[in-house]
Write a protein that binds this ligand. Structure first.
Ligand code: PMV
Length: 321
């Protein structure tokens, strides 16, 4: 069998993280400048089921047989076999190349699952529909994160901005105007599972207060969707700022994130907020296209560990689904 490959992009959550775990809507978008690419070659000298996995970026090399049962890749292979109703995958060598940082809230675990599922199923001539790819990646996300909302695997599967409510079909968002974001990393973050567990604990202590925050975030997400689809993108700025304040109230920001959000606003961003699980990791800043490079540079001078630029673009009408 010839070698095959498949890629999956990164993602950012624009609005609604954490509240989405409690049934509120959220909006996420793909980040196409960073990606995971999976390349598969057959390994005819090995018996069926023998799989060799190598990920130079993660300094990871293992065979399937060596993986513990709860390892996400073990779960992934098993999920693919179950979905395809086959007893075992053929022998293969899998190489994972990634420019996606891990643990920065850019969806690297979901991107690996999705690129891997697409590459493996193409390799054996049984490609799956998006819904099935998404479901497999969701099962693997559960092994990584405990109680994920499913937003990461969904936005990365569909590679479009989405409006997402837990346990519902995602709705694709067609942005009216191009929108430029600077993503800046404020340094290491605790795991998403830890951040989600922290919110749960505080919600249990003050349910009324937290329900109010979640509901207000839900309203912000509705307004943001309307702006993205129909209005002047600059109106997103104040919605980002308010969403960020609510995330701060929820206790998921950090001094480093707050500093970077303030720095972005001082350097000319229109709005800024933390994105993803929080406690560290990334912020996103809404910027005018012409000032994006200089704001990214200034954020590096003001303590960002890394920056990325991403643009959400309208899709020509004849390409819309
Ligand atoms: O840390 P990230 O970017 O994977 O985002 C997690 C988003 C949360 O809403 C905090 C959790 C979830 O499962 O939706």
């Amino acid at each position: 069998m010839p070698a095959v490959s498949a890629s999956a992009p990164g993602k950012v959550i624009l609005f609604g993280e954490h509240a989405v775990v409690y049934g509120q809507p959220a909006i996420a978008a793909p980040v196409t400048g960073v990606y995971v690419k999976v390349i598969i070659q057959s390994n005819p000298i090995q018996p069926p089921g023998s799989i060799e996995i190598e990920s130079p970026a993660a300094n990871f090399h293992a065979t399937r047989a060596e993986l513990p049962e709860q390892h996400p890749l073990h779960i992934l292979f098993h999920q693919i076999e179950q979905t395809l109703q086959i007893s075992h995958l053929p022998a293969m060598k899998i190489r994972i190349n990634s420019t996606l940082p891990t643990g920065a809230g850019m969806g690297s675990s979901a991107a690996v699952s999705i690129a891997m599922t697409r590459a493996i199923t193409q390799f054996i001539g049984l490609p799956l529909a998006n819904d099935q790819v998404n479901q497999i990646a969701f099962e693997v996300e559960k092994a990584f994160h405990g109680n994920p909302s499913g937003i990461d695997n969904t936005v990365i599967t569909y590679q479009m901005p989405i409006y997402y409510v837990r346990n519902h079909q995602p709705q694709l968002i067609h942005v009216k105007e191009p929108l430029v974001l600077v993503i800046a990393n404020a340094g290491a973050a605790p795991s998403t599972a830890e951040m989600v567990a922290g919110v749960r604990q505080r919600w249990q202590q003050s349910p009324g207060r937290y329900e109010q925050i979640f509901q207000r975030i839900g309203q912000i997400v509705q307004s943001a969707r309307h702006v993205l689809e129909q209005d002047n993108w600059k109106k997103l700025a104040s919605l980002m700022d308010e969403n960020n304040q609510l995330l701060q109230e929820m206790g998921v920001s950090s001094p480093a994130l707050d500093r970077l959000v303030n720095a972005a606003l001082q350097c000319g961003a229109l709005g800024a907020k933390l994105t993803g699980g929080g406690g560290g990791g990334n912020i996103i800043a809404l910027v005018e296209a012409e000032s994006a490079d200089s704001i990214a540079r200034k954020l590096m001078e003001r303590g960002a560990v890394h920056t990325w630029l991403t643009t959400l673009r309208p899709i020509p009408e004849d390409h819309q689904q």
